[in-house]
Design a binder for this molecule. Structure first.
Ligand SMILES: *[C@@H]1O[C@H](CO)[C@@H](O)[C@H](O)[C@H]1NC(C)=O
Ligand SMILES: *[C@@H]1O[C@H](CO)[C@@H](O)[C@H](O)[C@H]1NC(C)=O
Ligand SMILES: *[C@@H]1O[C@H](CO)[C@@H](O)[C@H](O)[C@H]1NC(C)=O
Ligand SMILES: *[C@@H]1O[C@H](CO)[C@@H](O)[C@H](O)[C@H]1NC(C)=O
Length: 410
């Protein structure tokens, strides 16, 4: 009887999730906005303006520089691509900046083993003032995106009312489904409702969207990264349980490789976003990124943790008075990821800790691999004291697993 009940509950839970089969792990790729914004000045800045040239050059980099093979497959357009609507009301891209059209760009991405994402807005206008997808245009625009062979839609919500959003997001989810094309659906809806219940119903959202922006846009600064992290950690009791395969919280893009972060801060954003089971959308110039920043973004163990098949979001489990925090994310095969994070501004801090302090309570022997240095720390039992040395605004990240399990799998 108990078994039967559990089985039924599982079935019900599955039926209630958005059922397009997409994004069983957080999406990875590249998104134009944070780095390239609404630069439409192709006359003076042809290399960096929002244009098919920019997306094709990023596609080439994704395919040729190892990104695609590590999972960074989405090439995503943001605002400022639209030229208007034609006589039939159909969206058309800016003819000067996208002379070959979006279907051409999608074909190009697909020919390189990538996927193409596009952007619209469930309001009168997009955030930058281009034609929006008003409620009467939802079905037509869904068909247009499907015909272009687009693979993801980010639907923003500037210039819309709460009522339009409550109608528009479910309507778009249904319209995308009717096209028959699998199109991952990224919703900015919760960010426009304050990101929290009762204004946001996350159960409902998971039935409609594959990922959602909960909070403010990331900007190119450490302060911005910290403010986003703080909001997600502060509200983790609400946010942590609602993430899972096919439906993710999105704390916004990775700004690694740009101008606002030190090397330690870049490592910290990558580690902390991975703990949040966040989508990994880079927004940086892949044509000029440094080897050091590439190493951070292409760390194979980091990506394995981000893409863990259980898809359980991590939590902040310690917040010390002396500005050290610890995050923990449970992973498959009884492994976990730990991030020791310093918000200090003085010098590398020697943080004394033990697994029992981190709520580990099974009498197993563990081994930890330092995700950035590759060092292996072995013979850890719950009562073993250890010290990690954490740089100011930096992290130490561990992949931790019971040794017994390791022996079994070898
Ligand atoms: C549409 O929804 C149905 C039922 O939820 C699902 O089985 C199907 O895979 C969906 N199709 C697409 C293209 O999302
Ligand atoms: C959208 O445009 C309509 C028609 O011009 C206007 O009545 C409405 O107030 C606008 N909505 C928003 C949220 O700006
Ligand atoms: C949230 O949405 C779910 C699924 O649609 C629904 O069952 C539930 O009643 C909603 N909760 C609230 C508080 O409205
Ligand atoms: C061990 O830790 C888990 C997870 O933190 C907790 O649910 C469980 O109650 C703990 N068991 C004991 C015996 O303390």
């Amino acid at each position: 009887m108990l078994l039967k009940t559990v089985f039924l509950l599982v079935l019900v839970a599955q039926v209630l999730m958005l059922d397009n089969g997409l994004l069983r792990t957080p999406p990875m790729g590249w998104l134009a906005w944070e780095r390239f914004r609404c630069n439409t000045n192709c006359d003076e800045d042809p290399k960096n303006c929002i244009s098919e040239r920019l997306f094709m050059e990023m596609a080439d980099r994704l395919a040729q520089d190892g990104w695609r093979d590590l999972g960074y497959i989405y090439l995503n357009i943001d605002d400022c691509w639209i030229g208007g609507r034609d006589a039939n009301g159909r969206l058309v891209p800016d003819p000067k900046r996208f002379p070959h059209g979006i279907a051409f760009l999608a074909d190009y991405a697909h020919s390189l083993g990538l996927k193409l994402g596009i952007y619209e807005d469930i309001g009168n206008l997009t955030c930058m003032g281009y034609p929006g997808t008003t409620l009467d245009k939802v079905v037509q625009d869904a068909w247009t995106f499907a015909e272009w062979k687009v693979d993801m839609l980010k639907l923003d919500a500037c210039f819309s009312t709460a009522k339009e959003r409550a109608t528009g997001y479910p309507k778009m989810a249904a319209a995308l489904n009717v096209t028959g094309r699998p199109i991952a659906f990224s919703c900015s809806w919760p960010a426009y409702e304050g990101g929290l219940p009762p204004n946001v119903n996350y159960t409902r959202l998971a039935e409609i969207c594959n990922l959602w922006r909960n909070y403010d846009d990331v900007q190119d600064s450490w302060g911005s990264v910290l403010s986003i992290l703080d909001w997600f950690a502060e509200h983790q009791d609400v946010l942590q349980p609602v993430a899972g395969p096919g439906h993710w919280n999105d704390p916004d893009m990775l700004i690694i490789g740009n101008f606002g972060l030190s090397l330690d801060q870049a490592r910290a954003q990558m580690a902390l976003w991975t703990m949040l089971a966040a989508p990994l959308f880079m927004s940086t110039d892949l044509r000029t990124i440094s080897a050091q920043n590439m190493d951070i973004l292409q760390n194979p163990l980091m990506i394995k943790i981000n893409q863990d098949p259980l898809g359980i979001q991590g939590r902040r489990i310690r917040k010390e008075k002396f500005y050290i925090e610890v995050f923990m994310r449970p992973l498959s095969n009884e492994a976990s990821a730990l991030v020791f994070f310093s918000r200090r501004t003085d010098m590398p801090y020697h943080y004394r800790c033990s697994l029992s302090m981190l709520n580990f309570n099974r009498s197993l022997t563990y081994e930890a691999e330092d995700v950035y240095s590759g060092d292996v720390i072995t013979g850890l039992r719950e009562e073993t004291d250890f010290t990690v040395i954490i740089n100011p605004s930096g992290v130490v990240m561990w992949y931790l697993y019971p040794i017994k399990n390791l022996e079994m799998s070898q």
